[in-house]
Ligand binder design. Structure first.
Ligand code: SIN
Length: 295
């Protein structure tokens, strides 16, 4: 298990080499969902993965931006341990968690919910100075239809920008703010608001710390403005980029079953949860892995 960020930094170049070499996987089966984003992984028990399987899962994650697993049976401790293989765990600034397990976030909605988690396009907690590397959602209960999650590849979104737009965005920094998202949002779970929520400035285009590829890093959920340009210009550019990032060409859509797991890379993917299943119940837990400061 990784003890600290130094070990993570040492591991990065090896994973990058494996991604670039694109050799066949030896310990897992990886079936891409679309040519652009998402892959389903089989042949691994996430409750007890081997070191080589973990390395191959990380390589698939960096390659496909989000990976999916079916029929997994993990205890809460095993779910937390699976996350810790990829780095220290992140504590959500607002969301509810399982009793006594602050790193095991509750993701649920039912007939009494005023809202569901993650209904708009976002990258998790991008308002943190060091936004999460990735999130591992384990759904235990879900409706027979509905409650899908959509994912979008932000490398592809960056690549599809015009060269002039890429040049314009190069070096720009945007503010990501948690205030609007989090204040009062979890009152139905009995969560008390904090005096303040995270706010951070990040490059509009970030370089993935492992693959070295450029990704668009603004999202409708958290990004409030681009620094150093007039407000109306910032609003117009962000509106364009949010629309661009939501192009279905960059997306895949995952249909959950009980005991499915999705592991997404917040550095290269955005996601959006569909709340189309009211009054039915969907329940699961998310373990979130800490990330580094976007560059
Ligand atoms: C989230 O944004 O973590 C929620 C995703 C989902 O419920 O599908």
């Amino acid at each position: 298990m990784l003890a600290n960020s130094l070990e993570l930094r040492k591991k990065g170049p090896r994973i990058r080499h494996l991604v670039e070499a694109a050799e066949p996987y030896r310990t897992i089966t990886v079936e891409p969902l679309t040519p652009v984003i998402g892959a389903e992984i089989s042949g691994v028990d996430l409750a007890a993965p081997t070191p080589l399987q973990l390395e191959e899962i990380e390589r698939a994650l960096v390659t496909h931006c989000v990976v999916f697993f079916r029929d997994q049976h993990m205890t809460p401790a095993q779910h937390l341990n699976f996350g810790r293989h990829f780095g220290p765990l992140h504590l959500h600034p607002a969301a509810p968690h399982e009793p006594g397990m602050p790193e095991l976030m509750i993701i649920t909605a039912d007939k009494d919910s005023p809202r569901a988690n993650g209904e708009g396009w976002h990258s998790d907690v991008s308002c943190d100075d060091e936004p999460p590397l990735g999130s591992i959602l384990y759904i235990k209960e879900c409706p027979a239809q509905g409650g899908d999650t959509l994912f979008a590849n932000m490398f592809a979104a960056y690549e599809a920008l015009s060269d002039r737009m890429k040049t314009y965005l190069d070096g720009l920094v945007a503010v990501h703010d948690g205030e609007l998202n989090y204040r009062g949002t979890y009152a139905n779970f009995g969560v008390q608001d904090k005096p303040a929520y995270p706010r951070a400035a990040h490059p509009v285009i970030r370089t993935h710390p492992v693959s070295g590829k450029k990704a668009l890093f603004v999202n409708r959920g958290f990004t409030r403005g681009i620094q150093g340009i007039p407000v109306d210009e910032s609003d117009a550019i962000l509106a364009y980029l949010f629309e661009h990032a939501a192009n279905p060409l960059f997306q895949c859509r995952f249909r959950w079953q009980p005991n499915s797991v999705a592991f997404w890379d917040n550095r290269s993917a955005q996601h959006r949860a569909m709340w189309d299943y009211w009054p039915q119940r969907r329940y699961g837990n998310r373990v979130t892995v800490k990330g580094d400061r976007p560059r």
